[in-house]
Structure formats: structure tokens, C-alpha cells
Design a protein around this ligand. Structure first.
Ligand code: TXA
Ligand code: MG
Length: 338
């Protein structure tokens, strides 16, 4: 298959939207990461997404809408708390799990009777939804298990020849995927942390719960509320080890264990010296989020076989970064003191 590359010009957006309207898969920019989009109501179109990504069939897709009216066509019931969260955080990086309507087929939700809905803030994404006339199901546009793409070049690396088109909208604003929440009465439970933080959600909801799966590996056999959280994920080919603790402990650990050819990802040059070559992802959660996936991909381009990452502070947006890193590391987390 030839993958057509589109810019954000009006002609190109019309052409990309026409492909979406006829059931093709097109990668689109959003403010979080690039998504692999197709008509959420069209079973054949959705099966093409699963094939292109090589994604397990039980992992549900998020449905993207451009207007609030569309919410009531994809969800069968919208509780008052969902309306309040939408008022506060849409358009933006918040996905709400709601009961699904009949317009959304089983394949889109992995057989669940709920649907994840989000209204992206990225104007190109919104325009494509409007022009195509389709609510767009879109998982992150990486091969399943690999770090999410934050530039069109990342998408091309993973998807060239596997999908009908790619719309280049430049680098994504946030760099990690949306916050995924489920509503439980007056409480909001975070299944996946993102740029809409627990602190922000607490300004709207009475109670915010961080699901156990956000910060640790669930024991085998436990109930998984969000199927995507159970897989090893976000991983480059390089082995990733996450090192918690202060910088002295990080250095000591690397002195002891880091092999030749390994790399470190540190906050910034004030963490130096470290005994191996390094990349920097910043000290603040939002900066780390913006850089993380690109740096993991860069490690693969450089054929690094083992990367030791200095763990972020798991607060604010750092929680999202920590959540992705423990999965990239296959839950191999070490404290520098060991
Ligand atoms: O920012 C984002 O959310 C990006 C962009 C493209 O919008 N999309 C994205 O999709 O990250 P994906 O498929 O890579 O991750 C969706 C996550 C998965 O962990 C999935 O299991 C969960 O959301 N999810 C989707 N629908 C769900 C549902 N009905 N119930 C529980 N979890 C759901
Ligand atoms: Mg994903």
C-alpha cells in the first residue's frame, strides 16, 4: 500500500477526510500523540486499524469527537459529572469512559459495553472529524507495544506502507497520551494519567482516585479496568531500567551495573557526571512528557541496547511520565541504593 503524505493545507485536509469517510485509516496529529484514525462506526475500517498496529483485539479504542453534540451519538448516557468534566477540560487531553451507544460496534470497544470518548484540542484533528463527518476511533499511531509517535516522522517509521495516509501537523504539544478516567458516582478514577492531572480533576470532582494499575504492576488474575494497562508498552527495542532515588544513588547504581554501550537518560547537565553517554529529558513533568518517547526512539536509532532512566517525580504531569516508564521498563524498577 502507498501511504499518502498530507500537509495541513485545505486541499490536503479535504483529501485526507475523504479517505476517512470511505473507511481508510489515516494517521492524524493530536495535542497528545499521533493517532491512527478511522470511522468509529465502520467495522471494516476499525479492523484495518487493529491490523496496521498488530493490536490485541481486546484492547478498546478511544473515539474522538469534534463537537459536544457528537458525544450523545457515541455515548448512550452522559451523567452530570461527565458534563462538568467536559465543560472544564474539553477540548483537551481527557478521555472519559461512558456507556456506549448502538452506533459504536463491538470491535471498536474490544467487546466492552463502554466507550472511551475524547474531544481533542488540536485544530487539525477537529477539522478532520468535521470534514469526514465521522467520529474517529484512534489509538496511538505506533506499532503495538512501541513508544507512541509524537512527530509525523515517527509515524512514517512505524506505519509507512501499512495505512492509507499520514497528516503532518508537526510535533505534538504534550507528548504523552490523554488522561483516561472512569466515573464512579461522585468520584473520578484515573486509569491512565496524562496532562489533565489528578490535581486538576479535583477542582471539578469531589473525589479523585488513582487506580492501582497506574503506579504498579497488577498481580496476575486481578480485575483490569483498562485493558491497555496490562500490556508491556511504550518500549523501545533497547532494554529500559528505571532508577529511582537521588542523583548520587543513580550514579552509584550505574557505576556498579551499567555495561559498555549503555546510555543514561538524566534530567539535565546538573546531574553530571554519569559513567555512560547520556540524553536529557528535563526536570519538569511537562518537559519530560514532551521528550520521553522521542528519546526512547532515538536510543533505538543509535542502537543502544540498555538505557537507564532517572525516574521522574511522580506528581503532576510527572505521574504520566512515571506511568509510561514503568511499562517501558517491563516493571523493572530499581532503587539506586541497591
Ligand atoms: O491521547 C490519546 O488518548 C491518544 C490520541 C491518539 O488521542 N490515543 C490513545 O489511544 O492513547 P490508545 O488506544 O493508545 O490508548 C487507549 C487507552 C488504552 O489503555 C485502552 O485500554 C483504554 O484507553 N480504553 C479505551 N476505551 C476503554 C474502555 N471502554 N474502557 C476502559 N479502557 C478503555
Ligand atoms: Mg497506545
Amino acid at each position: 500500500m502507498i501511504t499518502q503524505q498530507f500537509t495541513d493545507s485545505p486541499d490536503d485536509l479535504n483529501a485526507a477526510a475523504a479517505l476517512l469517510a470511505k473507511g481508510c485509516v489515516v494517521a492524524i496529529p493530536t495535542e497528545t500523540v499521533y493517532g491512527l484514525a478511522a470511522d468509529a462506526r465502520n467495522e471494516e475500517a476499525i479492523s484495518r486499524i487493529f491490523a496496521a498496529k498488530n493490536r490485541p483485539a481486546d484492547n478498546p479504542l478511544i473515539v474522538h469527537i469534534a463537537h459536544r453534540d457528537q458525544l450523545y451519538t457515541v455515548a448512550s448516557h452522559v451523567p452530570p459529572l461527565a458534563e462538568k468534566l467536559a465543560d472544564a477540560f474539553w477540548a483537551g487531553p481527557l478521555t472519559m469512559i461512558l456507556p456506549r451507544s448502538e452506533s459504536i460496534p463491538d470491535i471498536t470497544t474490544g467487546g466492552l459495553d463502554t466507550v472511551g470518548v475524547r474531544m481533542p484540542a488540536n485544530p487539525i484533528a477537529r477539522k478532520l472529524i468535521t470534514l469526514s463527518g465521522c467520529p474517529l476511533a484512534a489509538p496511538s499511531a505506533n506499532r503495538s507495544g512501541y513508544p507512541s509517535p509524537t512527530t509525523a516522522a515517527h509515524v512514517i517509521a512505524d506505519m509507512n506502507g501499512r495505512i492509507a495516509g499520514i497528516v503532518d501537523g508537526g510535533a505534538c504539544q504534550y507528548g504523552v497520551e490523554s488522561t483516561v478516567v472512569v466515573l464512579e458516582g461522585d468520584s473520578v478514577r484515573i486509569l491512565r494519567p496524562g496532562a489533565i492531572t489528578a490535581e486538576m480533576l479535583a477542582t471539578v470532582a469531589d473525589n479523585v482516585i488513582i487506580d492501582d494499575a497506574v503506579l504498579e504492576e497488577l498481580p496476575a488474575g486481578s480485575v483490569v479496568r483498562s485493558p491497555g494497562t496490562k500490556y508491556k508498552h511504550y518500549s523501545p527495542r533497547a532494554k529500559v531500567t528505571l532508577v529511582t532515588g537521588e542523583i548520587d544513588a543513580f550514579r552509584t547504581y550505574l557505576d556498579k551495573y551499567a555495561e559498555k554501550g549503555a546510555y543514561a537518560i538524566i534530567y539535565d547537565e546538573s546531574d553530571l557526571p554519569v559513567p555512560v553517554p547520556y540524553l536529557c529529558y528535563g526536570r519538569k513533568g511537562n518537559e519530560q512528557a514532551h521528550k520521553l518517547f522521542a528519546l526512547l526512539r532515538q536510543c533505538d536509532e543509535m542502537k543502544v541496547n540498555h538505557v537507564y532512566v532517572r525516574a521522574p517525580q511522580p506528581t503532576g504531569m510527572g505521574l504520566a511520565v512515571y506511568n509510561r516508564l514503568i511499562r517501558a521498563a517491563g516493571f523493572e524498577i530499581v532503587t539506586g541504593e541497591e
